[in-house]
Design a protein around this ligand. Structure first.
Ligand SMILES: Nc1ncnc2c1ncn2[C@@H]1O[C@H](COP(=O)(O)OP(=O)(O)OP(=O)(O)O)[C@@H](O)[C@H]1O
Ligand SMILES: [Mg+2]
Length: 463
């Protein structure tokens, strides 16, 4: 039960509130008590001083005045005895309240005392001008002050208690208001976890809870996209695997049933089966490679590499294929600084791009260039092929994406080459860009940062 956030919050704020309230009450009580007490003391002191002056100047009228103001006045003779009067009898009070010695020495006396359960204030004022009278004592009751303090305390208690109740209600209500959306978010998240990815949490506020709801909505969207992509990926994979298998099955069936007319036809079918088996092997290898790359498991043997020889070797490898299509490969390889890559993976990247250029170009030439630019070493592979439209261009690095679906089967592509190329380039710290114009050709530009003495140090640190 105590694991509820609104209860924890209420309890914390409430404890804090009680603490502040108690402190405030103590301070207020002290302020009021001190204020009242000093006010009463001052008044009594003033009255006592006034009475002593009256006594010196007008004699008996001081006694009437004391009677009138509700205080008792006692006159101390120069012998240290009380001078008897009709209105007051000093002997009713206990002896310890008086301080005749101090008064006789000409010093003021001021003290509070309790008598018959009532609080009194005693003031002693020395009299100097009268030879028989040495001083007067004035006793005033502090019961009124006590009552006022009690009233203030009662008021403080009642208002404090009221504020406490009000705060309790408000805190509970506010905490509930705060925790309710969290509970809603929790149940929505559980539903999302169960696979209800179309669910959207309403974003009602612009505070942290609002942004949490938005973040969960974004997560759900992302998950949905991932799920859709995955289903599309599996559909693509099974389709791509099914096609060569269907070919192989069909031709193998014909051969098994001996439905061929001559040896030449038999050879042709066997060739198709072998070609499709090879294709199947390539697809499986590509998929395996892609999944390894996505998990970040590919082993890159990064080292300082001089790219010219690797590019030249790649061109040599595809030269025959180009010649078969009457395409020329022109190369302009300027001397460039070393780059920090895996040489086999660099060759794989260039071979893939050259393979595309040859595959999709019907006539013309392929231009390979290597230059050193400000941002690094740039390898550019340009062809005079059909080009790719601006709408299709952003998609060509996606897995299984082929510009012309029906035609690309004739070219033998699966649409995995460029996604492998992109992953390899990015994982080696490079970038890849493509420019294309329909009917004119396509240019792929791969850039790797060149090694300077300082970057070499940081590279060797990473390894
Ligand atoms: N140089 C190019 N000229 C014209 N279109 C291209 C070029 N390179 C790639 N494309 C288009 O981009 C698509 C994706 O290329 P990608 O290399 O990823 O796949 P693929 O060549 O079809 O198959 P794979 O390389 O896996 O055998 C191709 O199907 C093709 O339509
Ligand atoms: Mg390709």
């Amino acid at each position: 039960m105590w694991n509820k956030i609104h209860l924890k919050l209420s309890f914390t704020i409430f404890s804090l509130f009680i603490g502040i309230l108690i402190l405030l009450s103590i301070v207020l009580n002290l302020i009021f008590t001190n204020f009242l007490s000093s006010k009463v003391h001052d008044e009594a002191n003033e009255l006592a001083a006034h009475l002593s002056t009256m006594l010196e100047e007008q004699g008996n009228s001081a006694e009437q005045m004391a009677d009138f103001t509700g205080v008792q006045m006692y006159i101390l003779s120069s012998q240290g005895r009380f001078i008897e009067s009709k209105t007051s009898d000093a002997s009713i009070y206990p002896n310890y309240i008086w301080d005749n010695r101090k008064l006789l020495e000409g010093k003021k006396v001021e003290r509070e005392f309790t008598f018959n359960n009532e609080l009194y204030l005693l003031h002693g004022i020395p009299v100097t001008t009268n030879p028989t009278v040495k001083g007067i004592y004035v006793i005033s009751s502090l019961e009124n002050m006590k009552d006022s303090i009690q009233t203030i305390r009662n008021l403080l208690f009642i208002t404090g208690f009221g504020a406490l109740l009000l705060a309790l209600g408000c805190i509970f209500f506010l905490s509930k208001r705060l925790s309710n959306p969290l509970l809603k978010i929790e149940s929505a998240t559980r539903q999302i976890a169960k696979g209800e990815l179309n669910l959207e949490i309403p974003v009602e506020t612009k505070d942290e809870i609002g942004s949490l709801s938005q973040a969960i909505n974004d997560l759900a969207k992302e998950l949905k996209q991932y799920r859709d992509n995955r289903s599309e990926f599996f559909a693509n994979v099974s389709h791509e695997l099914k096609t060569p298998i269907t070919y192989m099955e069909g031709y193998a069936d014909i051969l098994a049933k001996d439905l061929v007319e001559n040896d030449e036809e038999k050879k042709k079918y066997l060739q198709i089966i072998s070609e499709e088996a090879r294709r199947l092997n390539v697809i499986i290898n590509d998929l395996f490679e892609l999944s390894k790359m996505e998990e970040g498991k590919i082993d890159l043997k990064l080292m300082s590499v001089e790219p010219t020889s690797i590019i030249q070797r790649s061109i040599d490898k595809v030269q025959l294929k180009a010649q078969e299509k009457d395409l020329t490969i022109r190369s302009k390889l300027s001397p460039v600084p070393h780059i920090f890559v895996d040489s086999n993976r660099l060759e794989q990247i260039i071979l893939n791009l050259l393979d595309n250029a040859i595959r999709y170009t019907a006539e013309g030439y392929i231009q390979v260039s290597l230059t050193s630019e400000l941002e690094g070493v740039v390898i550019s592979i340009c062809d005079t092929g059909p080009g790719i439209s601006t709408e299709e261009l952003p998609n060509i690095f996606e897995r299984f994406y082929r510009v012309e679906k029906s035609r690309s089967r004739a070219y033998g592509g699966t649409g995995l080459g460029l996604s492998i190329v992109q992953s390899l380039v990015l994982q080696q710290g490079g970038t890849i860009h493509v420019e294309s114009k329909i009917g004119e050709g396509t240019r792929f530009k791969v850039m790797f940062p060149s090694i300077t003495s300082s970057s070499l140090k940081s590279h060797s640190f990473k390894i």
